[in-house]
Design a protein around this ligand. Structure first.
Ligand SMILES: Cc1cc2nc3c(=O)[nH]c(=O)nc-3n(C[C@H](O)[C@H](O)[C@H](O)COP(=O)(O)OP(=O)(O)OC[C@H]3O[C@@H](n4cnc5c(N)ncnc54)[C@H](O)[C@@H]3O)c2cc1C
Length: 366
């Protein structure tokens, strides 16, 4: 196939886009400023099994744990969501990066590491190639082409501890508008003997490292961590809103993943939507090269398939972010009383909240 594409950023979204493009015969070069892809690891790796299948990534050798549910904490109240079958995998993010890079290279993409692409370099590449901006939340590509800001971010800080986890099939989420405004704090068993502890807070509402210290002082956390030493820690950020534009057909530029803000507002998870977007963007590029279709098809296809769910994720985040801990606690009591915990356990979908809502409104009366 004729055509040339420069992918800026070799995170999951850029590498999946590279795999798809090169696999269809498009000359594809992926650039990343890092010399070692995937490092340092600053993000978690909880990904739905359905989402992993959709991504086409041969992820199995990166799995470190399997999850079947979550405990949602607000004050002293707890809602336990427990699916019959495993719903998610926890992946080693460094191994995931290596697998995605191998897949992209195997498909024929060239990966150039240690190359930071600034505005001037984007301009040069743009002369003879379509640009895919997969360069993360603070995207140089989005800035260069004036594709609008991301209106909301959360700052994160996470740490790991070597401890034997009591129930390694469950992740714990702690909601408290005062202590963790904008998202939540979490304890995730990355493996049976590795517990990740982290917080996400609205970027305008303080310091994530201090929020982590507050979380580490909570009884549930001290009980789980005991006297174990922190073995890894670090800060990062998550975009919680889509950019106004994710494609500019005239300029032949597309954004995917965090660069586009394709992240679930409920949890900050971005691998599933970012991979889906990368696959759609690659398809739109190939259709544009072979049959002259507009690159705008990418935005249309993404909005049609994922737009409603992404908006729902944002609405759910806005709702819980507006409630204080006591109100969420009361809500949990009422939901438990109404049997919503069992309903969500049975029909909940990490990626597609619309499926649960549809089920709720079409269920037969008891
Ligand atoms: C604490 C935390 C926990 C998370 N937990 C989960 C989770 O459990 N599940 C989940 O699905 N998601 C999770 N996420 C979100 C997920 O990590 C991101 O959505 C995902 O990594 C985004 O992938 P990406 O490829 O779009 O961008 P990135 O992974 O950010 O990759 C962008 C790449 O572009 C490169 N780059 C940037 N600028 C340039 C430039 N100018 N020139 C060259 N290269 C450049 C960077 O070096 C980087 O390699 C979490 C995020 C955080 C911070």
């Amino acid at each position: 196939m004729r055509g040339k594409v420069s992918v800026i950023g070799a995170g999951t979204a850029g590498l999946v886009a590279g795999r798809e493009l090169a696999g269809r015969g498009v000359h594809t070069v992926i650039y990343d400023q890092k010399t070692e892809l995937g490092l340092p690891v600053r993000a978690s790796g909880i990904i739905s099994i359905n989402g992993l299948k959709m991504s086409g990534i041969a992820y199995e050798s990166a799995v470190t744990n399997t999850l079947r549910g979550a405990r949602i904490h607000a004050g002293k109240r707890i809602m336990r969501i427990s699916a019959k079958e495993p719903v998610a995998k926890v992946l080693d993010r460094k191994k995931l990066a290596d697998i995605c890079a191998d897949e992209a290279e195997h498909a024929g993409a060239v990966i150039k590491k240690g190359v930071r692409i600034n505005g001037t370099a984007i301009g040069k590449l743009h002369k003879d190639s379509i640009i895919v901006g997969a360069d993360g939340a603070v995207s140089a590509v989005a800035k260069h082409f004036g594709m609008g800001p991301i209106g909301r971010y959360v700052l994160t800080y996470k740490a790991e501890f070597n401890v034997d986890v009591d129930e390694p099939g469950y992740v714990d989420l702690f909601f408290d508008k005062k202590a963790f405004p904008g998202l939540f704090a979490w304890m995730c068993p990355n493996a049976k003997d590795v517990l990740e502890v982290g917080v996400g807070i609205d970027s305008s509402k303080g310091n994530a490292r201090k929020a982590l210290d507050r979380f580490l002082a909570l009884k549930e956390v001290t009980d789980a961590v005991g006297s174990a030493k922190m073995i890894d820690n670090g800060a990062s950020m998550i975009p919680l809103q889509m950019r106004r534009r994710i494609v500019n057909p005239e300029k032949r530029v597309l954004l995917v993943g965090d660069a586009a803000g394709q992240v679930k507002g409920t949890t900050g998870g971005g691998i599933v939507y970012g991979s889906a977007a990368a696959i759609m963007a690659a398809r739109a590029i190939c259709d544009s090269i072979t049959s002259g279709k507009s690159l705008a098809e990418y935005e249309k296809a993404f909005a049609k398939k994922y737009g409603k769910d992404l908006k729902l994720h944002t609405h759910i985040n806005n709702f819980y972010s507006s409630l204080d801990g006591n109100s969420i606690g009361r809500l949990i009591s009422v939901m438990n009383f109404l049997g919503m915990d069992s309903f969500i356990s049975k029909y909940g979908d990490m990626d597609h909240p619309s499926l649960l809502i549809k089920r709720f409104f079409t269920r037969k009366p008891a």
